[in-house]
Write a protein that binds this ligand. Structure first.
Ligand SMILES: [Zn+2]
Length: 126
């Protein structure tokens, strides 16, 4: 156990013995280990959390790992080419290279040509 954890454990024990709230050190509710304020806070927090869970998810994950350009993907695997390599080759970010593979995005003509030449294959139509 870390020193901080040990310290907090001792502190909570001391407060409990004195009838104080183990969270904030103020007078606890008779027979309880927490004060009114901390109790209310805990209940509110719990309600808020359960509400958040019930809310429907309306925004999809931005990053999908479905391959939208299987030709490019296959060539990369075959040749051991990473998104970093293509990023260096074309001067665009790795995130942009990922978009070519997974999000159906195409590079500009100049970079399309670079990639096609690199793989000696028509990955992107020009
Ligand atoms: Zn308290």
């Amino acid at each position: 156990m870390s020193k901080a954890k040990e310290y907090m454990k001792k502190l909570r024990k001391k407060r409990k013995e004195k009838g104080l709230c183990t969270r904030c050190g103020k007078k606890a509710i008779e027979g309880k280990t927490e004060c009114e304020a901390c109790k209310n806070y805990r209940i509110q927090y719990k309600e808020k959390k359960s509400k958040q869970k019930k809310e429907p998810k309306i925004i999809r994950e931005l990053k999908t790992w479905e391959v939208s350009n299987p030709v490019l993907y296959k060539k990369m695997l075959e040749t051991g080419t990473t998104t970093k390599d293509l990023s260096v080759l074309t001067g665009v970010s790795q995130r942009n290279v990922e978009r070519w593979i997974f999000e159906n995005a195409d590079p500009n003509d100049e970079n399309a040509l670079k990639v096609n030449e690199y793989f000696k294959c028509e990955i992107f139509k020009l």
